[in-house]
Design a binder for this molecule. Sequence first.
Ligand SMILES: [Ca+2]
Length: 581
Amino acid sequence: MPSQHFPHPIHLPDPSLAHRRHPLVRLSASTAGRVPAAVLLAAALGACGGGGDDAPRPAALPTTSSLVGECEALAGARLADATLTSTTVAAGTVVNGVALPAHCVVQGRMSPRIGVDGKSYHIGFELRLPRSWNGRFAFQGGGGNDGVVRLAIGALAGNDASSAALQTSALAKGYAVVTTDAGHQVTDASFGLDPQARVDHAYAAYDKVTVAAKDLIGQAYGRAPDRSYFVGCSGGGRQALLFPQRFPAHFDGVAANAPAIKVAKEASVASTWSVLTYDAIAPVDGAGRRILSRALSSQDLTLVADAVVRRCDALDGAADGIVGVNPAACGFDPSVLQCTGAKTDTCLSAGQVAALRKDFTGPKDSAGRSLYASWPWDSGIRGADWRNWRLGTSTTATPNARNYSLIATDAMPKEFFTPPVPDFDIRGFDFDTDPARMDAYAAIYNTTSTDVGAFRQRGGKMLIVHGTSDPIFSANDSIDYYQKVAAANGGDAAARDFARLFLVPGMNHCSASGGPATDIYDALTPLADWVERGIAPDRIVARAGAATPWPGRTRPLCPYPQVATYNGSGSLEDAASFSCR
Ligand SMILES: [Ca+2]
């Protein structure tokens, strides 16, 4: 039965030739043995596109197909090194309050093994295949430490699984969508004790799952995807960027939201720096222990946000509560808030001012050399997500700030350090010598390479979207990466033909996560329009959510270095009143 319904185990042509000329690219185990067959198949199929170094991109838009057979037959699909199950989701089935189109859910486990820590590992994935398929494949990136197989819906701006995100998701639009746990099944960083789990989390799992998903799509619909996209936020944003750098033939377009570009070294140093900076000025409990969350009250953070707005809001032509200017143009200094006498609710202590300046300048070694990026002064410092990362809400001497609990005491010592030091005490972190503990892993994990020429040459497009008030990965670091990509690829004007960066003023980490911002946007549709129709995104209209001061307000997000500039007339609530200049 399965072999009658799915007669064509298709191994895609496009991961073959482009791999060979790219110095960073490794042939995955799952593709390496198939190159000759893949090349032959590419020649036989003809219309699949992307088959050779200089093959022209087909002009035709993606076309729709229906599943060749029944969902259950996919559990018997031929796929090396995987155990599959498949179930049917009927049309109209409600998930998270949203009625979905009819589709198959294929769940699989690849590469099962026992790690050096004696624990079981595999690469888990979920692939959702619409019965009526629009010819496109989307990989939805993960985030955090991964370790869970997320609902494969393809949120348009990253890994949001809310009903609103599901309503507009890639799956709802007819894409086939895959997610993965990235090769381990725990949500803390303890998997970092196993070397293969590190490699899988760095890049190998995404390669293997991409190849497997395309293979299954070929068997399910009888043909390869016309176009393939990767969309992710945070860790998923890093995963999006690794493809142009490491596997340039896998995707036609990637959308990297709030990418964790340097998380395996520099950004973790910055997290540690921030925790120690605020801890040093935090009030103490009865036993003399610091309470990190109380270093700055919510009122203190609102003071800073209001002062930034007073200084910089109108520089974009509109006094609208949104600091639209590029971060370097604001020139804010928190010393304007320093108390002249005792600390009150309307001023900051000298210690608080010094701590804010030290934190926002970014980590430095004892010689004054910068170890990461600086941070933009922006209104989103009042956002709940900013507090959750930098200070937390714990009223005890055990901090719950994510910089502390997720980075400085978990991912950094357990996964990023080589060798790992699970019980590392960050209060003894040496900014001269300890960053080097992360050099080995950062070399395979961080996505700082600007060698994306192979991706660009085959027509690949790259969007980066980053909240200016992101408290864990600095928008200034995404600006730095974008500028380096441009410099390495023909300069700003040439780079705009394949890579664009959009900042979201006021937005914290990833969309819809807090901050006074127009943080609801669709990164996938403009990316697909760019790839398929040649329509470069000159603006992306974003909307403010219910938790902002201005629900429903829209704004254009603009390709850096342009900013949304008020036209001088028209409603301040309407994107049409603003131009990217
Ligand atoms: Ca403004």
